[in-house]
Design a protein around this ligand. Structure first.
Ligand SMILES: [Fe+2]
Length: 192
């Protein structure tokens, strides 16, 4: 993960923050210890497949061509492939494979939908997107927290599992400030 982050500066700290928040959300929703362990590993490794993608594409500023975008869309499959030989838990690989699927079936790589996706992948997807919106990009600033919550809410039922989004927003409303500063957002987000 450090090699990945070194080659792709804007993901710096991304996996760590996603891991921390995904675990909190998993606990909040009531996953058992074993499920949490799988979620933890999958969160740390979810973008490992980007190692197999040319860094000029990952770092490109401005619009990707459709060919470049289809290469990026391979990273869940590459990640699953990379982890295959290491005898990683099957569920870790499955969660990584599914982290860009959408609740409505319009995601990738397979277009699985709803309960066809593991709950862990549905959790990872919400937290991964949350972190992306909390982070500054070359083409935009970090979004304010209220707007991120609105955005997640607006995509509940389409991109995201509504139950997971509701639980996440509820958790943030109860103890978001503490969680977010523990996860390391204070350094990177003006609101905190
Ligand atoms: Fe990803």
């Amino acid at each position: 993960v450090n090699a990945l982050e070194a080659s792709d500066m804007y993901t710096k700290g991304h996996s760590e923050r996603v891991k921390m928040l995904a675990l909190e959300l998993g606990r909040y929703i009531g996953l058992d210890v074993r499920e949490l362990e799988i979620l933890e590993q999958a969160s740390i490794l979810h973008d490992i497949g980007k190692i197999g993608i040319e860094s000029f594409i990952l770092q490109k500023q401005g619009k990707l061509t459709s060919k470049e975008y289809s290469l990026i869309k391979l990273h869940p499959l590459i990640g699953e492939e990379i982890l295959g030989p290491i005898d990683t838990l099957e569920s870790v690989r499955q969660t990584i494979l599914q982290h860009h699927e959408r609740y409505d079936g319009n995601g990738y790589p397979y277009g699985l939908r709803g309960e066809e996706l593991s709950l862990k992948a549905r959790i990872l997807s919400v937290v991964d997107t949350f972190d992306a919106m909390m982070s500054e990009r070359s083409y935009r600033k970090a979004l304010p927290l209220y707007q991120i919550k609105e955005e997640l809410g607006a995509n509940a039922g389409s991109q995201f599992d509504p139950y997971v989004v509701d639980s996440f927003i509820e958790m943030l409303n109860i103890r978001g400030e503490m969680l977010l500063s523990l996860a390391g957002y204070a350094k990177l987000h003006a609101v905190l």
